[in-house]
Write a protein that binds this ligand. Structure first.
Ligand SMILES: C[S@@+](CC[C@H](N)C(=O)[O-])C[C@H]1O[C@@H](n2cnc3c(N)ncnc32)[C@H](O)[C@@H]1O
Length: 384
């Protein structure tokens, strides 16, 4: 597939990672300059750097990371010509269709080639992907990309309306994936293209439930079994590190200290109020009653058994004040859901076509099969 060398070479397709939402593919072409949000990056500066490196812009105002492409990164970076399949759906479809090294898979339509790249990697050099689209320009662009990414031996790409003309393949595929506006129209052709000696599988992607209902009806009419539909949602998480909260003992000590200070302030206020009251009483006695004064000890007399409250000692001599907290508290890793969900909701309808000897007879649409079979035989050579 893509370059496996440790360093970037002229002509390599690389992924430029400028941020979570700015991921771009680039063919390294000496002499050209990539102008991005974070400055200008001459392609020459990328040649020879290790894949995964951080590269600074010409004026060192910004930077980006140069990454080796993978099907997952390609899905995030590819030029969109259509709606595409994202990782959650791709992974689920691949798993449910039991696609593995050596599998023969059919997909329609090719679209932007997001699904094609992942499947081509999974089937490996011993498997094959037949990919169809009825849009000529999309076929041409996908062909260039598959060639550039070294996938042309694993993918046969054909310009074809699969609903009208079928796949031109007979008893050939282990699995079929349909991402079309009207997949039910292609279901009779899927039946012909799937192998009749194994339990072969199909998946139809549909964004709305009305399409699912028509697809399920078509699958039933064509003898498919174990028909199941799943709704698929993607909730990516963002992970980052925050300062860890101080240990509980430190927090309780800080609370105790603040309680002690508040109690000392309260006792001081009581003592001052008592002093003021005593002063007022003495003045009143002197002026009005002329009676001998009670000799209360002065509240500030050292050592006296004054009613002035004494400072409350520290409840815990080992406590640490907040000021004693370390300058660089340890960090903890937290995770939260990213609000903008990139993968959209889909319905994925799966079904199995049992080996021909186990298919229910009541479902045999013999006339239809014969017609499509004849046309498939004629067209098979044009696909290969
Ligand atoms: C949503 S896109 C497929 C995206 C693709 N799964 C991906 O991951 O990039 C649907 C494609 O199906 C093609 N298409 C629609 N009807 C078709 C038909 N009857 N035969 C062949 N291709 C068809 C469209 O031209 C379009 O490119």
């Amino acid at each position: 597939m893509w370059s496996v060398a440790p360093t970037v070479a002229s002509g390599d397709t690389v992924i430029l990672w400028l941020g979570r939402d700015i991921i771009q593919a680039l063919v390294v072409t000496p002499g050209k300059v990539f102008n991005g949000r974070y400055g200008a990056f001459p392609h020459d500066a990328l040649v020879g750097v290790l894949y995964g490196s951080k590269v600074f812009s010409q004026k060192e105002r910004g930077f980006l990371y140069v990454l080796r492409p993978t099907p997952e990164l390609w899905t995030l970076a590819l030029p969109h010509r259509t709606q595409i399949l994202y990782l959650a759906d791709i992974a689920f479809v691949t798993s449910m269709l039991a696609v593995r090294p050596g599998s023969t898979v059919i997909e329609a339509g090719t679209g932007s080639g997001s699904f094609s790249h992942s499947v081509a990697r999974t089937v490996g050099s011993k498997g094959h992907l037949f990919s169809f689209d009825f849009h000529q320009d999309r076929v041409d662009k996908a062909r260039i990309e598959f060639l550039r990414h070294g996938l042309h031996q694993r993918i046969t790409l054909a310009h074809r309306n699969v609903c009208k003309d079928g796949f031109g393949l007979l008893d050939r595929a282990d699995a079929v994936f349909l991402d079309l506006p009207a997949p039910w129209e292609a279901v009779p052709h899927v039946k012909l293209a799937l192998r009749s000696d194994i339990s072969a599988r199909v998946c139809c992607f549909s964004p709305c439930i009305e399409q699912v209902m028509r697809t399920v009806a078509a699958l039933n009419e064509n003898a498919f079994s174990e028909i199941q539909t799943y709704e698929s949602l993607l909730f990516p998480q963002e992970t980052y590190s925050n300062p860890a909260p101080p240990p509980v003992s430190q927090i309780t000590n800080a609370l105790k200290e603040s309680e002690i200070k508040r109690e000392q302030r309260r006792l001081r206020q009581i003592s001052n109020a008592q002093l003021r009251k005593r002063k007022r009483d003495e003045d009143a006695d002197d002026q009005n009653l002329k009676r001998p004064r009670l000799q209360d000890p002065a509240p500030s007399d050292p050592g006296s058994s004054s009613s002035v409250p004494q400072p409350v000692p520290d409840a815990d001599p080992d406590h640490r004040a907040p000021a004693d907290l370390p300058d660089n508290p340890p960090k903890i890793v937290v995770s939260k859901t990213i609000p903008e969900v990139r993968g959209h909701t889909s319905y994925l309808t799966f079904a199995i076509l049992l080996p021909s000897e186990f298919r229910p007879r009541s479902h045999d649409a013999t006339t239809l099969d014969t017609n499509i079979e004849q046309s498939a035989t004629k067209q098979e050579q044009s696909v290969q």
